[in-house]
Design a binder for this molecule. Structure first.
Ligand SMILES: [Zn+2]
Length: 302
């Protein structure tokens, strides 16, 4: 066992004792209920980085593309016309309760955006080549923005709460973690000494070099903010301290905050009654025949 593997083992043992109850399949229906549990901490602590996944997990739950680390420093691509295509989650993979939460998460985003961002089921008939594959891998993760072709959004065990699902969908829409904003040092203190292993997790706390905040002020209550103890040595060792109030609890995974909604509307150039101002793609790009050129795309996580 090399040292990295050993560190992961230690982390997993720690998580079982602190954040994650050992889950069994029989618990899925309980976890997938629509009940809101605001004590449920961020899924960003779920470690997932192994050879089964093509790409690298950045900041805990962002899947980079093609081994390009810090893809987070590239401006994410928006979904044309605010239309996000997804492959229907399989009933053989998810319980009906989880599928309800997925559906509700998408509905919440659409409603909050004033129907500017819409989710559409991708079928063979419609043949859209860019779409989200909702799958059950180990942990919760997504790519940031539309990356082209089928892109995974994983909802593993412990990732079934609606707020967690919204968090992952916001990544897929192009939203990054709040604590990596360029101006974060004016709002939070990052205690790197309390990070479980800087060797492994230092990158999770790096600021972005390229970042457009769309004029939205720093948001402590964002559904995209890390928790106070994200990747910490223990619950007593905070890794993120809000400067406005050190005891303020961060990392809510309950619902979109008003700042999240404002950001989405800015990103997608939402105009009431007119929808998204992000140009739609040439429809010829979406034909099934053009999709066939992607048939050799190697799906990450499979
Ligand atoms: Zn995340």
């Amino acid at each position: 066992m090399n040292s990295l593997t050993f560190k992961y083992l230690l982390l997993i043992i720690g998580l079982i004792g602190t954040h994650c109850r050992p889950s069994t399949e029989s618990e899925e229906s309980e976890e997938s209920s629509n009940e809101i549990d605001d004590d449920d901490e961020t899924p960003d602590q779920v470690p997932h980085n192994d050879k089964e996944t093509e790409g690298e997990l950045v900041e805990g739950d962002i899947l980079s593309s093609g081994g390009v680390f810090r893809n987070a420093n590239v401006q994410p691509k928006m979904w044309p016309g605010g239309e996000v295509f997804y492959e229907k989650p399989r009933t053989t993979t998810f319980s009906s309760g989880v599928i309800d939460n997925i559906t509700q998460a998408m509905a919440d985003i659409t409603a909050a955006s004033g129907n500017c961002i819409v989710f559409k089921e991708r079928t063979i008939r419609t043949g859209k080549r860019n779409y989200i594959q909702i799958k059950k891998d180990r942990g919760c993760f997504s790519k940031v923005g539309m990356v082209g072709g089928p892109q995974p959004l994983s909802l593993g065990l412990g990732c079934y709460k609606k707020g967690v699902i919204i968090h992952e969908f916001l990544h897929a829409l192009g939203v990054n973690h709040e604590h990596t904003r360029h101006d974060r040092d004016q709002h939070i203190e990052v205690k790197k000494n309390n990070v479980l292993s800087l060797d492994v997790y230092n990158n999770n706390f790096k600021k972005r070099i390229i970042h457009d905040d769309y004029g939205i002020p720093y948001c402590y209550m964002s559904i995209m903010h890390y928790s106070n103890t994200a990747f910490s040595k223990s619950d007593n060792d905070k890794t993120i301290i809000p400067l406005i109030n050190p005891s303020l609890k961060l990392g809510q995974r309950v619902k979109l905050d008003s700042c999240d909604i404002k950001l989405l509307k800015e990103m997608y150039k939402c105009t009431p009654g007119k929808g998204s101002g992000i140009p739609k793609e040439d429809s010829s790009d979406d034909s099934y025949s053009s999709y066939s050129s992607y048939s050799l795309y190697k799906k990450p996580g499979t």
